[in-house]
Design a binder for this molecule. Structure first.
Ligand SMILES: [Zn+2]
Length: 258
């Protein structure tokens, strides 16, 4: 399949031209995965001054609600604009996304080019929903590893190795009551950005018509639950690859007075 455009974010899909580098890249199987999983976190990062990008492994098409891939891509561009992030859609096939060497390499090329400090990936399978999600989880994890491998530059268009400092995951397993079991679990405060997150999901008009309003109740309910547990108005539960290190116990455990 063509991978011609895989290393250049469409400048119409994000703020300004293609960035030199990105602090954080979040990856999903389909446009809307990242918004639903961690859109509030990304918007908050942007507010805090970080450069953030979304990579979708497929364009998510076809779907029952969308008349054409162009419409879905326009929705994805609008969602990125709302969050203030750059966006890149890779040309792998929706519904037939499988972990494999080519897709791992193409995603690792994106990491090598934009050199993120953190990659936020889709975590784990989603029973009763698209199997692309579980494949994407494996692809992202492998690409994070491929990004740092030396003596293999010819495989990555001579892009030099890049070591990603930390990997985190968001979950789309809305059908599960079980919390993820990765080494670290933490709640990102999205009190200031929940509304932007919801707007970015609503940008996918073809995917979330009024009869799918349940999705918004789930997203808002989870944000309220996770936020309340951590002491915020709204939160997103993310996980990390290793336990979080603490240097100042008071600052780390006690929220500043609001
Ligand atoms: Zn999806």
């Amino acid at each position: 399949m063509s991978t011609e455009n895989t290393s250049t974010p469409d400048s119409t899909d994000g703020p300004g031209d293609a960035p030199e580098s990105l602090d954080v890249i979040a990856v999903g199987a389909h446009p809307d995965d990242v918004e639903i999983g961690c859109g509030g976190t990304l918007a908050r990062l942007v507010q805090q001054g970080y450069d953030v990008g979304i990579v979708d492994l497929t364009d998510g098409e076809p779907t029952p609600g969308s008349p054409s891939p162009e419409v879905r891509l326009a929705e994805a561009a609008e969602a990125a604009r709302i969050l203030g992030v750059h966006r890149l859609v890779l040309p792998f096939p929706n519904r037939r996304l499988f972990d494999g060497f080519e897709v791992r390499v193409e995603l690792a090329k994106v990491f090598r080019r934009f050199r993120p400090r953190i990659v936020i990936g889709l975590g784990g399978p989603t029973p009763m929903a698209s199997p692309d999600h579980a494949e994407a989880a494996r692809i992202i994890d492998a690409a994070v590893f491929y990004s740092r491998l030396t003596r293999w530059d010819d495989t990555f268009d001579e892009l030099p190795p890049h070591t990603i400092e930390q990997q985190a995951w968001y979950s789309l397993a809305f059908a599960s009551l079980e919390a993820p079991t990765d080494p670290a679990r933490f709640v990102m405060d999205i009190s200031e950005t929940l509304e932007l997150k919801l707007q970015s999901i609503r940008a996918y008009k073809t995917q979330f018509p009024p009869e799918k309003d349940r999705v918004f109740r789930l997203v808002e309910g989870r944000a309220a639950l996770h936020g309340a547990i951590a002491g915020f108005q709204a939160g997103e539960l993310l996980t990390g690859a290793r336990p979080l290190g603490v240097q100042d116990l008071v600052k780390s455990l006690c929220l500043p007075p609001s």
